[in-house]
Design a protein around this ligand. Structure first.
Ligand code: ATP
Length: 306
């Protein structure tokens, strides 16, 4: 029995690793033909989205039994509002987005959407209600148009164009050798991190989900690109319940509430102004990041003047 359980655990580990990296979970199940860990209840009903209010109620979670990742996390994202989650690396920020998608079940407490426990609804309906702009978008080896249309496969050409424009990537695509028919991905034109993220935003604009998760890129973008992406994100999150997993802090200033996660617990919460005033963890993260940004900017200016 022991001999058998080792490779099974190992397969489980690899499987979980792969699973985290994929945006389209259903497609992967088709590919690997594996048993889903999280199953629909026999009487699961489709999620009925009314306004899109999200609630984490005293959530306790661990990936493996001897290490707790979330230790009683409670917060609410009112319909149409934006909550940003910040905190040191490994605090459990991305775990929150995985639990909202129900890639894992919580050990205690509950994740609710419009009062419905995500455990009680069909996974298909849950995942179609949530849009995700991931840190690093996986592009298919196909045209730019195909990659955007992936958000809603029956979208008209005009809708694809419009989504690209709203995502601030329209002019860039128009300038490509074959425009929207340009092949991208590993075997085609390689897009930069910022360009890929805007493709993901365009996809999400087409999908138009009531709930949105933005997993901000860790990598630094130049300030012009950052502004363009910020404009696109503001647009896509407007009037939509949004959770921002923030790594750079620049996106959080206008959030309705900021939650500072530390060691699996909420250490501080409030608006940007509240938290700066508290002079706690958030304020020191903010100071450190501002210094880093200023140093980067100085370096860039020095390079440009050379
Ligand atoms: P970062 O800012 O670095 O992205 P984070 O706050 O988003 O970090 P999470 O990705 O939520 O952190 O991870 C929280 C903790 O859970 C980390 O210590 C991580 O090592 C652990 N963890 C994440 N995924 C798994 C997994 N599949 N199995 C076991 N542990 C995991």
């Amino acid at each position: 029995l022991i001999q058998l359980s080792v490779p099974l655990n190992f397969i489980g580990f690899i499987y979980r690793e792969i699973r985290q990296g994929l945006t389209d979970i259903e497609q992967m199940f088709d590919l690997l033909d594996v048993q889903q860990e999280v199953l629909d209840k026999p009487d699961a009903k489709p999620l009925a989205v009314a306004s899109g209010r999200v609630e984490f109620r005293d959530v306790q979670f661990s990936y493996d039994p001897n290490r707790k990742i979330l230790k009683g996390v409670s917060f609410e994202v009112p319909a149409g509002k934006t909550v940003a989650i910040v905190g040191p690396s490994g605090a459990g920020k991305s775990t929150i987005s995985r639990l909202l998608f129900r890639f894992y079940d919580v050990q205690d407490g509950a994740v609710l959407i419009d009062g419905q426990n995500v455990r009680d609804v069909t996974q298909e309906s849950l995942r179609s209600a949530i849009g995700m702009v991931p840190q690093d978008t996986v592009l298919f080896n196909d045209t730019v148009a195909y990659n955007i249309r992936y958000g809603r496969v029956d979208a008209e050409e005009e809708e694809v164009r419009r989504a690209a424009e709203l995502a601030q990537i329209g002019p860039f695509i128009e300038r490509l050798p074959d425009g929207y028919r340009t092949m991208v991905g590993e075997r085609g034109l390689k897009l930069s991190g910022g360009e890929k993220q805007r493709v993901a935003i365009a996809r999400t604009i087409l999908k138009a989900p009531p709930i949105l998760i933005l997993d901000e890129a860790t990598s630094a973008l130049d300030s012009h690109t950052e502004q363009e992406i910020q404009a696109a994100l503001d647009l896509v999150s407007k009037d939509r319940t949004t959770i921002v997993i923030a790594h750079r802090l620049s996106t959080v200033i206008s959030a309705d509430e900021i939650i500072v996660l530390k060691d699996g617990q909420i250490a501080e919460r409030g608006t940007h102004a509240d938290l700066l005033q508290q002079r706690g963890l958030y304020a020191s993260m903010w100071d450190r990041q501002r210094e880093a940004t200023e140093a980067e900017e100085r370096l860039r200016l020095a390079r440009e003047s050379d």
